[in-house]
Design a protein around this ligand. Structure first.
Ligand SMILES: Cc1cc2nc3c(=O)[nH]c(=O)nc-3n(C[C@H](O)[C@H](O)[C@H](O)COP(=O)(O)OP(=O)(O)OC[C@H]3O[C@@H](n4cnc5c(N)ncnc54)[C@H](O)[C@@H]3O)c2cc1C
Ligand SMILES: NC(=O)c1ccc[n+]([C@@H]2O[C@H](COP(=O)([O-])OP(=O)(O)OC[C@H]3O[C@@H](n4cnc5c(N)ncnc54)[C@H](O)[C@@H]3O)[C@@H](O)[C@H]2O)c1
Length: 475
C-alpha cells in the first residue's frame, strides 16, 4: 500500500497500546513503523502489570505458606517459610526481560520497523524522530499516538526514588522497609499493600477521600477492606491527605484533613510509596502543529472511533489510544483501542465498548469488576428513567471455595429491573480476576439476567458464584 508515504501507519509509543495496534495493522496489510523513546513494552511490561504481578505471585505464596491457621484447617503443617527479597525482585526483573524480548521479537517477526527515539508530529501525516543519531522525518498515511502515562505526584510531595518513590521504583523491590506509608488506596496502593504486608512490612495507608478504595463498588470495597486491610498489619488514615512529604531517614509526612485542609499530624516512617494516580505523557508531541489542544486534564481528545479531535472536529489521519486518552488506564483497554483505531483506519467502522472491559486488582484474594458500579448505574437510571436492581451471592455458599477453605468473597450483579440487562458485575474473592470474563461477555452482548440464569456451570467451580447471583436475580 503506502501510496507515496513511507508507511501506511506510524505509531508513536511501543507500550501495549502501540504493540496491539501494530500487530493488528500488519494483519490488515499495513506497512507499519513504531517509534519508542524508552523501554520497548512501555509501562505495563517494564514498570506496571508484569513486574507487579510477579511480585504479587511470590509474596502471595509467602502469605499462603505462612498462614498456619489456614494450612492447619486443610491438614497441612509447614514449620518455617523463608524468602529472599532479592530473589523475588529478580523473578520480577527476569519476567520483565522475557516479556520485553518476546514483545520486541513479535514486532520484528512481522516486519514492523522499530525506530528508536522521540517521535513528534511535524505536520499532517509527518513525524520527526529525534535520537542520539540526529533527527529524521518520515511520512505515514495515518498516525496513531500511544504515548501512555506517568505517575502523578501531588504538589508538596518530593520523590527521591529511594525513600519516597512511585511504582516506577517500587516494582523493583529494592528494599523491604520496616514501616512504609502508602499514599492512595487505588489499584497501586492496594496491590503494593498486599505485597508489603505479605513480606512483613508494617503499613500506614493514607487516602484523601472519605473512604478506602473510592473507585470500587461500595459493597465490594467494604468487604475487601474487612479482608485485605483490617486483619493485616495495615493502619489506615481516611479523609486525610499527604500535604508534604520530605524524603530521608526518616521520611517526614505532614498530614492534613482533606476537607478542612487543617494540619493533623506529622508522621515519620522508613519509606513512602506515592500511589496517587497517573497523568498522561502528552507533552512535546507536536500536537500544536495540527492545532490540537489537550483537554483540561492533558489527555488527547478522541471520539469513539479513537480519531483525534480539534475543537470537536476530527483531525484527518490522526488517532490516539491508551492511557493518554484517559478512557480506562488499563493495558487490555489500550490494546483494544489500538485494534479499533486500526479497524477504522482500514475503513471498517468500529467503536470501543468500554462498558464491557473488565478490570481487576490482583490482591489476595482478588477484586474485579466490569461495567457500572451500583452508584453509577443509579445515576444512569435516574437520567434515563428506569430502575435498577442488584443481586448478590457469597463465596461461603460455594462448594469449591469451601473446599479451599477460602470462603471470603462476594459477587454482585447490577441490572435493569425492566429488561434484566446486566449493567455491572463486581466480584471479590479467590480468582475474581478470571471469573469476571463471563460477566464481561454477558455485558458485551447486553444479555439479561433472565437468560444468564439458565446457563449451566460446572460443579463444583467458583464460577457457580456468578451463576447463583444470576439465579437470585430472577427468583
Ligand atoms: C504498577 C502498575 C501496575 C499495573 N498493573 C496493571 C494490570 O495488572 N493490568 C492492567 O490492565 N493495567 C495495569 N497497569 C496499567 C497499564 O500499565 C497501562 O494501562 C498501560 O501500560 C497503558 O499502555 P499505553 O500503551 O497506553 O502506554 P505505556 O505503556 O505507558 O506506553 C507508552 C510508551 O510510549 C513511549 N513514548 C511516549 N511518548 C513518546 C514519544 N513522543 N516518542 C516515542 N516514544 C514515546 C513511552 O516511552 C512508553 O514506552 C498498571 C500500571 C502500573 C503503573
Ligand atoms: N491491576 C490493575 O489493573 C492496575 C494496577 C495498578 C495500576 N493500574 C492503573 O494505574 C492507575 C494508577 O493507579 P493508582 O493506584 O496510582 O491510582 P488510582 O486513581 O487508582 O488511586 C489513587 C488514589 O490516591 C488517592 N489520592 C490522591 N492524592 C492523594 C493524596 N495527596 N493523599 C492521599 N490520597 C491521595 C485518590 O483519592 C485515589 O483513591 C490506575 O488508575 C489503574 O488504571 C491498574
Amino acid at each position: 500500500m503506502s501510496h507515496g508515504f513511507d508507511y501506511d501507519l506510524i505509531i508513536i509509543g511501543a507500550g501495549v497500546g502501540g504493540h496491539g495496534a501494530a500487530l493488528h495493522a500488519v494483519s490488515c496489510g499495513l506497512k507499519t513503523a513504531i517509534i519508542e523513546a524508552g523501554d520497548m513494552g512501555g509501562t505495563c511490561v517494564n514498570r506496571g502489570c508484569i513486574p507487579s504481578k510477579a511480585l504479587l505471585a511470590a509474596s502471595g505464596r509467602v502469605r499462603e505458606l505462612r498462614n498456619t491457621h489456614h494450612l492447619k484447617s486443610l491438614g497441612i503443617q509447614i514449620d518455617h517459610v523463608a524468602f529472599d527479597r532479592q530473589a523475588i525482585a529478580d523473578h520480577a526483573g527476569n519476567l520483565v526481560s522475557k516479556i520485553q524480548g518476546d514483545l520486541t521479537n513479535s514486532l520484528k517477526r512481522l516486519k514492523v520497523d522499530i525506530i528508536r527515539g522521540w517521535g513528534k508530529i511535524a505536520g499532517s501525516q509527518k513525524v520527526t524522530i529525534n535520537s542520539d543519531s540526529g533527527e529524521k522525518t518520515i511520512t505515514g498515511k495515518d498516525i496513531i499516538l500511544s504515548p501512555g502515562s506517568v505517575p502523578f505526584v501531588p504538589p508538596g510531595i518530593e520523590v527521591d526514588g529511594k525513600t519516597v518513590f512511585t511504582s516506577d521504583q517500587g516494582v523493583k523491590l529494592p528494599s523491604l522497609p520496616e514501616w512504609v506509608a502508602i499514599i492512595g488506596s487505588g489499584y497501586i496502593g492496594l496491590e503494593f499493600s498486599d505485597i508489603y504486608s505479605a513480606l512483613g512490612c508494617e503499613i500506614t495507608m493514607i487516602e484523601a477521600l472519605d473512604q478506602l478504595m473510592p473507585g470500587f463498588d461500595r459493597d465490594i470495597a467494604k468487604l475487601a477492606e474487612r479482608v485485605l486491610i483490617t486483619p493485616r498489619d495495615i493502619e489506615t488514615k481516611v479523609g486525610i491527605y499527604a500535604k508534604r512529604i520530605i524524603p530521608g531517614s526518616p521520611v517526614v509526612i505532614e498530614l492534613a484533613d482533606f476537607k478542612t485542609k487543617k494540619d493533623i499530624e506529622v508522621m515519620e516512617v522508613d519509606a513512602c510509596l506515592v500511589a496517587t494516580g497517573r497523568i498522561p505523557a502528552t507533552k512535546n508531541l507536536g500536537l500544536e502543529t495540527l492545532g490540537v489542544e489537550l483537554d483540561r486534564r492533558n489527555y488527547i481528545p478522541v471520539d469513539d472511533r479513537l480519531a483525534v479531535l480539534s475543537a470537536g472536529e476530527v483531525v484527518p489521519h490522526l488517532w490516539a489510544i491508551g492511557d493518554a486518552t484517559g478512557k480506562m488506564m488499563l493495558a487490555h483497554a489500550a490494546s483494544a483501542q489500538g485494534i479499533v483505531a486500526v479497524e477504522n483506519i482500514v475503513g471498517r467502522s468500529r467503536v470501543v465498548d468500554y462498558r464491557s472491559i473488565p478490570a481487576a486488582a490482583f490482591t489476595h484474594p482478588e477484586v474485579s469488576y466490569v461495567g457500572l458500579t451500583e452508584a453509577a448505574a443509579k445515576e444512569l437510571a435516574q437520567a434515563e428513567g428506569f430502575t435498577i436492581a442488584t443481586s448478590k451471592s457469597y463465596f461461603k455458599g460455594n462448594s469449591k471455595a469451601l473446599a479451599e477453605n477460602e470462603a471470603d468473597g462476594i459477587a454482585k450483579v447490577v441490572y435493569r429491573q425492566d429488561t434484566g440487562e446486566v449493567l455491572g458485575v463486581h466480584i471479590f474473592g479467590m480468582h475474581a480476576a478470571d471469573l469476571i470474563h463471563e460477566a464481561s461477555a454477558a455485558i458485551a452482548h447486553r444479555h439479561a439476567v433472565q437468560d444468564l440464569a439458565h446457563l449451566v456451570h460446572a460443579h463444583p467451580t467458583l464460577s457457580e458464584v456468578l451463576d447463583e447471583a444470576y439465579k437470585r436475580a430472577v427468583v
